[in-house]
Write a protein that binds this ligand. Structure first.
Ligand SMILES: NC(=O)c1ccc[n+]([C@@H]2O[C@H](COP(=O)([O-])OP(=O)(O)OC[C@H]3O[C@@H](n4cnc5c(N)ncnc54)[C@H](OP(=O)(O)O)[C@@H]3O)[C@@H](O)[C@H]2O)c1
Length: 220
């Protein structure tokens, strides 16, 4: 049975990813801050109490994972604080960097020993992290932190190629979750179906690509 780890697994896209992976035969390790009933299911191993900004806790979790056992790591946890130039809040920008950019890098670095050679890493980024695609401005912390995550994703793709590990930088689409106030163009199951297609198609030749869940290649 393949093994997957998913962060931000208690709601939204992360929750749906856990169930969809379990249905595909994965043993899923669900990392979250607080588990909810919706996550409870045979085949999903829940690890609550893990904030991805807490390096000590993440290191402690990583030490419990057997070396060379993980096929798929999905860094999904993220936050969005809307912000215009007039209400710029530097502390909020810093917090979004902590969660959206440093969190996934911290989790990935801590779990490198746990990944199989040939494993896959996924970073849930956002089209809002695209500099070329920014035609509306604002959202300083979110845009900047996701752009930084994209940069980290490309470096991971380059650095882990030697181990046969491929990295996908994925925008889920505009999805109806708590993050969007349940507005959007896609339900979580539609988004996750597309994300899984992208993960299936991920290999060393396309590692480091920035894709929409619908398969569109996005500009940096
Ligand atoms: N929805 C969209 O339209 C959309 C579009 C583009 C990109 N994305 C990205 O897709 C990912 C999932 O988004 P979503 O829509 O499913 O969001 P969501 O419903 O708001 O869920 C966010 C998840 O991240 C977790 N999380 C937040 N901060 C955390 C921290 N410090 N440590 C650990 N977990 C933390 C939350 O846990 P708690 O319950 O403990 O807060 C929750 O499980 C995010 O990276 C987001 O940026 C979403």
């Amino acid at each position: 049975m393949p093994n997957a780890i998913v962060t931000g697994s208690n709601r939204g896209i992360g929750l749906q990813l856990c169930h969809a992976l379990k249905d595909r035969g994965y043993t899923v390790t669900a990392l979250c801050r607080h588990a909810g009933d919706a996550l409870v299911s045979p085949g999903i191993d829940i690890h609550a109490g893990y904030d991805i900004t807490d390096g000590v806790a993440i290191e402690a979790f990583a030490r419990t994972v057997e070396p060379g056992t993980i096929d798929l790591l999905i860094n999904n946890a993220g936050i969005l604080h809307g912000m215009s130039l007039d209400d710029l809040d530097i502390e909020s920008v810093r917090q979004q960097f902590e969660v959206n950019a440093l969190g996934p890098l911290r989790v990935t670095r801590s779990l490198l020993h746990a990944l199989k050679d040939g494993a896959k890493i996924v970073l849930l980024t956002s089209r809002m992290g695209s500099i070329a695609d920014n035609d509306s401005g604002g959202s300083y912390g979110y845009r900047m932190s996701k752009a930084a995550l994209n940069a980290a994703g490309m470096s991971l793709a380059r650095d882990l190629r030697g181990r046969g590990i491929a990295v996908a930088i994925l925008h889920p689409g505009y999805v109806r979750t708590d993050m969007t106030g349940q507005s959007g163009l896609l339900d979580v199951d539609e988004s996750v179906a597309g994300l899984l297609e992208r993960i299936d198609g991920l290999n060393l030749a396309n590692s480091g690509s920035f894709w929409h869940s619908n398969g569109e290649l996005l500009p940096w």
